[in-house]
Design a protein around this ligand. Sequence first.
Ligand SMILES: Cc1cn([C@H]2C[C@H](O)[C@@H](COP(=O)(O)OP(=O)(O)OP(=O)(O)O)O2)c(=O)[nH]c1=O
Length: 611
Amino acid sequence: MVLSPVIGKLLHKRVVLASASPRRREILSQAGLRFEVVPSRFKEKLDKAAFPTPYAYAIETAKQKALEVASRMHQKDLRAPDVVIGADTIVTIGGLILEKPADKQDAYRMLSRLNGKEHSVFTGVAIIHCCSEDGQLDMDVCEFHEETMVKFSELSEDLLWEYIDSGEPMDKAGGYGIQALGGMLVECVRGDFLNVVGFPLNHFCKKLVELYCPPRREDVQRVKHESIPAVDTFEIASDAAQGDEGCGPSRAGVDGHSGQAPAGPQGPDTNGLVENPPPFPSDLLDLIDGFKASKALFTACKLKVFDVLKEEGPLKAVDVARKINASVCGTGRLLDVCVALGLLEKTDTGYGNTRLASRHLASEGACSLHGFVAYHDEHAWTVFTDLESAVRQGPQAAAGRPEEDPSQSRDRRLRFMRAMHGLTQLTARQVATAFDLSRFTSACDLGGCTGALARELAREYPRLKVTVFDLPEVIEHVSSFHPEGWQPERLHFVPGDFFKDDLPDAQLYVLSRILHDWADDRVHELLSRVSRSCKPGGGLLVVETALDERRAARASLPAALNALVRAQGRERSLAEYRSLLGQHGFRDVQVAQAGDRLDVVLGTRASSSAP
Ligand SMILES: Cc1cn([C@H]2C[C@H](O)[C@@H](COP(=O)(O)OP(=O)(O)OP(=O)(O)O)O2)c(=O)[nH]c1=O
């Protein structure tokens, strides 16, 4: 069995599952893990609002559950187990976290909220390695989360109550158990099924590989020279299990630096003492090579490798080369790099797409980011070559750049529209459900481009009529982005310039990824126009990637750099967006996150006329 080498790493250890969940116990014992069960006494009452994302909350709860068990066991007999595993499963919809229902009415509230819609199930997991020395307990925490999307059918009241009366919902997050009767509520699942049931076994095994079987030094160096980042597969564990009997939880692995090679051969220093060489700078080398990985991805997309393999894969390199009209040798190398990057899979029958590639890198499909990749390849790549002058001179360097060639502007516009369309489709649902917008019956998406967000808003809120307002030269092309045979109900496209023309009437105005494109004076001008058009009680929804200390510096890095290389506009912090809305007469400003990268800010137009 492929997984056994990974699970086998834990067989000689004292492992404790800090959970009372019978489902977690079953999943882990069926995977062959030997462990004791010590349910945690940690009270699940952390302040949800204090966490930037729902999964951060689930991870922290999982960690606290495991830490409580580890310290209790240590206190009891001054010997903690080697490994303690904690987990926490939550259901989220529209920015709301649902845990176990308090009573039947609560279960009804949860299930009606999920009825007919798609929601996320997150399980946060903490793996704690304990070490007791001289009565002291030392712990290393490794944590991760997994998300699965679950869609409920449209269910009648009677059915919901029948289900609630079965008693099944009461000990389950979101008030349902997908593995039993609750399975009849579910129309489809995207992602790891076991994650919904309470434990993401697949991700757990991958973590064990990282912790216990980091790539061997010689592999790491070989990979570096070929500029291919390491890929975590169970096969690494199998190899290591065969070739390296003593493969244990390297300290580096336990600390979470799983890509780090173990310390190399030790040599005596001048005093005859053994000195460790400095750690191998794997992360730094990955960083240096990062641009090559991006370019390989861009090139494979441009050559339509993922389209060819989606339609006809698996294929040998020679066949792919013929279909994309490229050299066999070059294609073979590109395909191998894509395998190493986790975008393709290679088997005896040839190269095939991973699910990720088929879903996001082929040019067609609701989740395609092909246009977004093309935009980065053809536009962002060039613009970022100028980063040095942007840093030296500030954003005015970008402002001084010559205007675009007008003959190319139509193509550029279409390319930009394709990029925005892909990105917006991917995040539209999270944006549309970040807040409950059901009180509005009309909305206007200003600069709404192809209508990808508008469509999701209309789909999510059956009473809502949505107008997409964008420049005539944009509106002219929107029909080519509509799915075939699509009849836009409750959706209208109106051409216009939001700086010059009257804004269409609406109760809710949406500015999605617009404000960062404009300098402060233009932002004030636009917001005061919106504020004048918006009636008291109406709303303004702003969607942006805010520069924010809550988000890991790495995630907001592209935004910070974009601001330097763009001719105008700038990224802003959440505090700035809040203040902008306040200055223009919007009150009760609330903030939510839509996925990992987007912030959504909602304000209500105050009744006083002066903003
Ligand atoms: C959504 C869903 C959740 N669940 C369960 C998994 C979890 O056991 C539970 C969520 O509650 P948790 O607080 O994650 O776990 P628990 O209280 O059962 O156990 P412990 O805190 O001791 O670890 O909901 C299902 O069994 N099926 C489902 O479809």
